[in-house]
Design a protein around this ligand. Structure first.
Ligand code: PMP
Length: 365
């Protein structure tokens, strides 16, 4: 198995082998232009077609209606932590509401406070971010500017179930950076969804944002153009020089999902099997390992766990590396181990990880 396929990194992570091959060729000469993708103008017809196909593929995969704009932005998801309150809080009757469910939503909450008044209506920090709230039961104020949450907490390995349309009274905004395109979602339940590319979509450098067009009317005038969502919608994500390379690779990944995988239902089935296999393996090890998330909230994308002793965790990382398995270090904020099971990590890779985990524990029992 190629080492790319055994990359369990939290992101940037594994990309589909066929996409890497096309990307390698495109760096030298694109099949359709003969030019290197790295030297293609963002004003070329070729790039216009890439943007169009990326958008169409996303609309097709996720069932996104014309009520939403699809934009490709820069600055990562971190910029969205600031841009969202700048754009959508100023003209609202009541402040936005935030749930703090892990490392990344806590960051979003902190950044929002620099821009606007905001309410934290649930905070799992005191209990170590091991569980999630039922969003619907939180009683979000209908007049709130929006409710912001992170659908999958990449560090702690916690994942919300899908949100139902109409379940939340205020506009719902989700950071889906680490589970976007891993399964179908009810896009109509959201006013905005954003996700950076470096998990399931492609290389770092581009962030996809689906924005309900009605929400654009709430943006105050006078924002710097680059920070105003309307600029990117009006210029079809080609206002200043976009990350042409990253968007090209993202387009190839969406093609792979559409043609090779067969859509997001098929992707979800594979991802569920992978996660089940790994959690079953960890559960079978009994007290030897602890999974960070409470069972009900376990993420299908990021499995955070520990052998309970940093020396053992480090020993496991060494053993795994000898077998070609990489990226298993836990996030620096909580330590331990983390296996990220993004779309391009195949079932054979998970089988290999399960076998190495079991053998490692048996040897130390
Ligand atoms: N949100 C989530 C859920 C993440 O996992 C990350 C990074 N891993 C971020 C936001 C920050 O993203 P970026 O580095 O693109 O700013």
């Amino acid at each position: 198995m190629k080492l790319n396929a055994l990359n369990f990194s939290g992101g940037p992570g594994a990309l589909p082998e066929s996409v890497l091959e096309q990307t390698r060729d495109a760096i030298i000469a694109l099949p359709d232009t003969g030019m290197s993708v790295l030297g293609m103008s963002h004003r070329s017809d070729w790039f216009r077609a890439v943007l169009d196909e990326a958008e169409q593929n996303l609309r097709h995969l996720l069932g996104v209606s014309d009520d939403y704009a699809v934009t490709f932005l820069q600055g990562g998801s971190s910029l969205q932590f600031a841009m969202i309150p700048m754009n959508f809080a100023a003209r609202a009757v009541a402040p936005p509401e935030y749930v703090s469910t892990g490392y990344w939503s806590a960051k979003a909450t902190t950044e929002a406070a620099k821009v606007t008044e905001r309410n934290i209506i649930w905070d799992g920090g005191a209990t170590g971010y091991r569980s999630l709230p039922d969003l619907q039961a939180l009683g979000v104020a209908p007049s709130a500017a929006y409710l912001h949450y992170v659908s999958n907490e990449t560090v702690e390995g916690l994942q919300f179930p899908d949100c139902k349309q109409g379940a939340i009274a205020a506009p719902l905004i989700a950071d889906m950076s680490s589970d976007f395109l891993s399964k179908p979602i009810c896009t109509a339940a959201y006013s905005m969804i954003y996700a950076h590319a470096q998990k399931n979509l492609g290389p770092a450098g581009v962030t996809v944002a689906l924005i309900e067009r009605a929400l654009l009317d709430r943006i105050p005038n006078g924002l710097p153009a680059i920070l105003d969502f309307r600029t990117h919608v009006q210029h079809s994500s080609n206002y200043n020089t976009p990350p042409v390379f990253a968007i090209y690779v993202l387009m190839l990944v969406t093609r792979w999902l559409r043609d090779d995988i067969g859509g997001l239902h098929a992707m979800q089935t594979i991802n569920e099997r992978k996660a089940q296999r790994l959690y079953d393996t960890l559960d079978a090890l009994g007290d030897a390992v602890t999974v960070h998330a409470q069972p009900r909230w376990r993420s299908r994308m990021n499995v955070a766990f520990t052998f309970g002793d940093s020396r053992l965790d480090r020993a496991f990382i060494r053993v795994a590396r000898e077998q070609g398995l990489t990226g298993l270090e836990g996030h620096r904020s909580i330590g331990g181990l983390r296996a990220s099971l993004y779309n391009a990590v195949g079932e054979a890779a998970v089988e290999r990880l399960a076998a190495v985990l079991t053998e490692f524990s048996l040897q130390r029992a």
